[in-house]
Design a protein around this ligand. Structure first.
Ligand code: KE4
Length: 432
């Protein structure tokens, strides 16, 4: 692993040393620890548009966007003003408020498979609740997930997970009881035969199949033609629920998410990130007959002190409304396509045959010349080469996700100047 120059960011180095005294690993989320690329994380004090600023006064073009929420860039004025106004009316009520009704209505309008929705405070809560609800609705226990897909730190789903769990090379987390893990069947993504065999063997015990319809936690790759349709067909045939984890893709790859692009109707959908405008929000929803199984109407318990928090609702609604008002998805495709063309031209110029994947404003450059379509093929990437690229870009003022097994995010705030600067920095880094 590269040993970046720690003197470049002395303030961050001091903060990290202090952080490690009080916070495990010095971070509140593992992927931030730079373990996938070596060196130490920097600390951010301010973020605006496509730029972030660290404790040492260095400025970066940001392609992580706080892992997805910053689709309009950081601190968009419409969102900041909405939060300011909401804060003046109180910070949390623990009592129903009008904005959570408007948020629920908006989600149901934009995502037609969602007839009823419940708001929570993270993507993890959303997927965890989907799994419990699927088990409660079907009366079954087994769950099928896919290697490399990450659904948050849910006990039942931290089995061959992606994202931070994968970066640390320990996809199966300690602390997850074997009795629980064995209820989760993990299959290779895109392996239709494996899914058919699982359903043939134990279809009557399967409560749900959960997946990222566009996996982006082992890098970004795509379902092969027919794979999602097969999952839908098998779930319907065997009475299992199809759960789309659209925490990352929801409201980003299209107004209606990946399910709009692929034309597949899941039974439940988990949402997060963009929906909160940068504040903690998750959501899960789907068919009314399933959602009505939730307390207080039904036997499946789920709750949250800050669910539907008025500030989070104000932020999320402001962001969603601005996305719709400006048809941001067209702009994101425009910027994303230009970015892809530039990177492909650079790869050709420097003679590197790396695999670049992109959909809309999400992308991933795999440091391998092979096809990437599941976890195993993603893991063929040269992580050392990625780490060198990451640090060369960071030192040049461009921040990509600190792991080969993450996606990059473009926002509507990325300007032509940002992209030109990124082109220069990445060209130098790829030529090295
Ligand atoms: P949160 O609990 O982190 O809000 O959401 C969990 C989650 C669920 N589903 C998908 C598809 C996700 O991508 C995530 C979280 N994504 C990671 C980045 N790959 C969050 C970054 C982090 O863990 O710090």
């Amino acid at each position: 692993m590269t040993t970046p120059d720690p003197t470049l960011r002395p303030q961050s180095a001091e903060l990290f040393a202090r952080a490690k005294r009080f916070i495990p690993g010095g971070v509140n989320s593992p992927v931030r620890a730079f373990r996938g690329v070596g060196g130490e994380p920097f600390f951010v004090t301010r973020a605006e548009a496509a730029h972030i600023y660290d404790s040492d006064g260095r400025e970066y073009v940001d392609f992580v966007g706080t892992w997805g929420p910053a689709i309009l860039g950081h601190a968009p004025s419409v969102v900041v003003e909405a939060v300011r106004a909401a804060a003046g009316r109180g910070l949390s009520f623990g009592i129903p408020n009008p904005d959570e009704v408007e948020m629920a209505r908006t989600i149901c309008e934009w995502v037609p498979s969602i007839k009823k929705v419940r708001l929570v405070n993270s993507g993890t809560e959303a997927t965890m609740s989907c799994v419990r609800l699927a088990r409660g609705f079907t009366g079954r226990d087994r769950i099928i997930k896919f290697e490399g897909c990450y659904h948050g730190h849910v006990d039942a789903l931290l089995v061959k997970a992606g994202s931070g769990a994968l970066t640390h090379g320990r996809p199966d987390s300690a602390g997850v009881p074997a009795a629980l893990a064995e209820l989760t069947l993990t299959l290779p993504f895109n392996d239709e035969a494996a899914v058919r065999a699982a359903f043939a063997r134990e279809g009557a015990q399967i409560a749900a199949v959960i997946l990222e319809p566009i996996p982006a936690n082992a890098g970004l790759y795509f379902a092969r033609p027919g794979f999602l349709e097969t999952l839908r067909e098998l779930c319907t045939q065997h009475g299992a629920l199809l759960i789309f984890d659209e925490v990352m893709t929801g409201f980003r790859v299209a107004r209606g998410g990946a399910q709009e692009i692929y034309g597949i109707t899941p039974d439940l959908t988990a949402l997060g990130k963009v929906i909160g405008g940068g504040l903690p929000v998750g959501a899960f929803g789907g068919r009314a007959e399933i959602m009505d199984q939730l307390s207080p109407d039904g036997p499946v318990y789920q709750a949250g002190t800050l669910s539907g928090n008025p500030l989070a609702m104000a932020a999320g609604l402001a962001q969603l409304r601005e996305l719709a008002r400006t048809n941001a998805w067209a702009r994101l495709e425009e910027i994303g396509a230009a970015f892809e063309d530039a990177v492909r031209a650079t790869l050709k110029k420097v003679g590197k045959r790396y695999s670049l994947h992109r959909i809309g404003s999400m992308f991933c450059l795999f440091f391998t010349d092979g096809e990437v379509y599941d976890l195993a093929t993603a893991q063929r990437s040269d992580r050392q080469a990625f780490a060198r690229f990451f640090h060369a870009c960071l030192d040049g003022g461009v921040y990509f996700a600190p792991s080969q097994f993450e996606a990059g995010f473009i926002s509507t705030a990325h300007t032509g100047a940002d992209m030109a600067r990124t082109g220069e920095v990445t060209a130098r880094a790829l030529a090295a």
